[in-house]
Design a protein around this ligand. Structure first.
Ligand SMILES: *Cc1c(COP(=O)(O)O)cnc(C)c1O
Length: 228
């Protein structure tokens, strides 16, 4: 096995162990490979190892990779901060957008998604542990946003996405509680199936609390170099 194959096998094993410990099946947790800053050749190798879902944070970088890897059947997830003036490219080039935190962003994605494409999968980002950040809606805004966004055409509102502060497992439990509470407000409750939480350092806690999708970068690809 090469290094990337080995890293992926190790992460899958960790997911398996955490799921079993939580009384869940490993299939109930999807692995999203977070590939930001890594060159497309590395994604190609990870694809050869069996990985299909990749997460990117920076728009121009991700559009370049989508073009370079268009011969592969990759499911592209945008997990970065969504700027209002960048929604058009997200709507046309991605399968999932995790960082939606305002109605206006969802409305733009909905109107810019082509009817000929499959609906765009959306996660609502919540600032679950009151961090000092502009990203994510407040927990008390989630109910209204779920009711409004789930009624928009060309989108499938799949669930919540959170990025709690490190070493704060209670935030994962709070996210799970909120996720269950608002399901009945969804216009299509059967679409509400995704809790996007957990990264390299905290995926075990996230899975114990009910994560259905872990977003893992460093444990798969190694440390990121932002100097380039
Ligand atoms: C970069 C990033 C990750 C991956 O983090 P690692 O610690 O490298 O696993 C996950 N989620 C989001 C939103 C990120 O920006």
């Amino acid at each position: 096995m090469n290094t990337l194959q080995q890293a992926r096998a190790q992460v899958l094993q960790q997911i398996q162990q955490a799921s079993t410990a939580a009384g869940r099946t490993a299939e109930s947790v999807q692995l999203l490979a977070v590939s930001k800053t890594h060159p497309s050749e590395m994604l190609r190798e990870m694809y050869a190892a069996g990985q299909r879902a990749f997460g990117e944070n920076y728009l121009q970088e991700s559009l370049d990779k989508i073009e370079a890897l268009k011969d592969l059947e990759i499911e592209w997830h945008f997990i970065g901060h969504v700027q209002r003036n960048k929604t058009k490219h997200l709507a046309s080039s991605f399968a999932w957008v995790h960082g939606v935190d305002r109605l206006i962003i969802a409305e733009r994605l909905s109107s810019q998604r082509e009817e000929t494409q499959a609906p765009l999968n959306i996660c609502l980002q919540v600032n679950i542990d009151a961090q000092d950040t502009k990203d994510g809606c407040q927990p008390n805004e989630v109910a209204d946003l779920v009711a409004q966004i789930s009624a928009l055409p060309n989108l499938r509102l799949r669930g919540l996405m959170v990025i709690p502060a490190p070493n704060h497992p209670q935030a994962f439990t709070d996210a799970k509680t909120l996720f269950e509470q608002v399901k009945e407000l969804h216009a299509k409750p059967e679409d509400w199936d995704t809790l996007s939480m957990g990264m390299s350092s905290d995926m075990t806690d996230a899975i114990a609390a009910g994560s259905t999708m872990v977003r893992v970068g460093t444990a798969l690809f190694g440390a990121r170099d932002y100097s380039k």
